[in-house]
Design a protein around this ligand. Structure first.
Ligand code: SF4
Length: 440
């Protein structure tokens, strides 16, 4: 009998990358992936805890699985990701009694053993690896791949659950990272995205694997970028997420490496010093503005993205206006806005009052959203008449799409043979979220 599994992934790219690793574990056990949850024998929910709403979605699934288990008594439902990671007292688990397995990401190496215990028909296997990051994922693309270099975080921003969900910072061995990227390079991959909670704080546990000619001295992440820039096939290097305080001179210099995409995502969260301090961001407004200035001095045309939280505990209108003014100065190309919601266990939850009303958070969110759309639309007009470099991701009805080097979604006429190649369409029309081009 062919047993099947279904994985639903919530949240960030790191979770998606972890799901690609879980697939490898399950494939090695002889299970087959299915897109249809009803035909699965093992269902894995890879959860996100960043917002209340993300966890609420998991709590709301009990009835569905109760029904499925009636039809299939041997169905195994597993919950992994941030929720079990942060749930040290197992309080959250009590709210999902329908779950058979509940494990943090790094424990995925034990899945073969646990699944075989629950269903003796499954193949019994030894754990695959001791460090789950060393499992090479089941990449979903033949030309783009995520590569995790780090997990966890030591920063404890007061609003954030990541240090609780994923633990303190753990850096993957450089040897293992380089082996994975080398393998991708040999297979002809064009773009890799390096993932970590603070990628630019990567510290190689085995620095002896950096090559002797590496031009960077102190910053191990800059050194890693240098190593990747020497590879043959990989043409674009993208990474997320850096922290402003580790954007030192070597990091800013590394932005000029030839394979670096023309985009950086640098979270700021607020433009007001008092709020930044309450968030424990460890820098002030001016520090962030100085970094943006230095980046623009090296790469004037680099597109810049950010994350902002509105309505953080005690945020006044005046403090919010500081965020609006910072937004205008930085002239962001894209910004992800979150309305603050308290997360149990965090310092903000224990020390501050979530006292900005929902209506006010919504209003501030909308102001930033409108501002972003206005700025992005205006900025995108500069591409009209220019050629942009696009890695083609898909092609439907002769329309090809992919991101430009600036991470702007671009559409142009083409054909399926272009998928996975880099094309340079000339842009004739620019909207807020889409550039229209033609390959001349
Ligand atoms: S730097 Fe702050 S926001 Fe980012 S993962 Fe660490 S604690 Fe969370």
């Amino acid at each position: 009998m062919q047993y099947k599994y279904h994985i639903t992934t919530y949240g960030c790219q790191m979770n998606k990358n972890d799901s690609e690793r879980i697939e490898v574990v399950l494939n090695k056990m002889g299970l087959q992936s299915t897109g249809d949850v009803e035909s699965a024998d093992v269902v894995i929910l890879n959860t996100c805890s960043v917002r209340d709403s993300a966890e609420a979605r998991i709590f709301g699934q009990g009835a569905n699985f109760a029904k499925l288990k009636q039809k299939k008594p041997n169905l195994i439902v597993a919950v992994t990701g941030c929720m079990p990671g942060r749930d040290k007292t197992k309080e959250l688990k009590k709210r999902i009694p329908w779950v058979d397995l509940y494990f943090a990401n790094e424990e995925m190496i034990h899945l073969p053993k646990w699944l075989a215990e629950l269903n003796p028909d499954f193949r019994v296997m030894e754990d695959l690896e001791t460090d789950y990051l060393n499992i090479h994922p089941n990449y979903h693309s033949k030309f783009q791949a995520f590569v995790s270099i780090q997990t966890g975080c030591n920063h404890f921003c007061t609003y954030c659950v990541v240090p609780f969900a994923r633990g303190t910072e753990g850096n993957r061995s450089l040897k293992s990272i380089l082996a994975e990227i080398d393998d991708l390079d040999n297979k002809g991959y064009k773009e890799i995205t390096l993932l970590g909670q603070i990628v630019n704080h990567y510290i190689a546990p085995d620095p002896e694997f950096f090559s002797k000619d590496n031009i960077y001295k102190k910053n191990d992440f800059a050194k890693l970028l240098w190593e990747i820039n020497k590879m043959k096939s990989i043409e674009r290097v993208h990474w997320t997420a850096p922290h402003p305080i580790y954007m030192d001179e070597e990091m800013i210099d590394a932005l000029t490496l030839p394979k670096q995409v023309n985009f950086i995502h640098l979270p700021v969260q607020s433009g007001n010093d008092e709020i930044l301090n309450k968030m424990n961001r460890r820098h002030d407004r001016q520090f962030y503005l100085d970094i943006i200035k230095k980046i623009r001095a090296k790469r004037p045309d680099m597109a810049i993205g950010t994350d902002i939280i509105v309505g953080f505990c005690g945020e006044t209108e005046e403090q919010f206006q500081d965020t609006v003014s910072l937004f205008k100065i930085c002239d962001f190309d894209i910004s992800y806005h979150a309305k603050y919601s308290t997360r149990s266990g965090t310092v903000a939850d224990k020390m501050f009052k979530d006292d900005v009303s929902k209506t006010e958070k919504k209003r501030r969110w909308q102001i930033l959203q409108d501002l972003m759309e206005e700025i992005t639309y205006a900025k995108n007009q500069k591409y009209v008449g220019q050629k942009v470099s696009v890695l083609v991701e898909r092609c439907n009805d002769s329309w090809c799409e992919g991101n430009s080097n600036e991470m702007k979604l671009t559409r142009f006429k083409g054909n399926e043979s272009m998928i996975g190649t880099i094309q340079t369409p000339e842009i004739y029309k620019a909207g807020t979220w889409l550039l229209w081009g033609r390959v001349v």
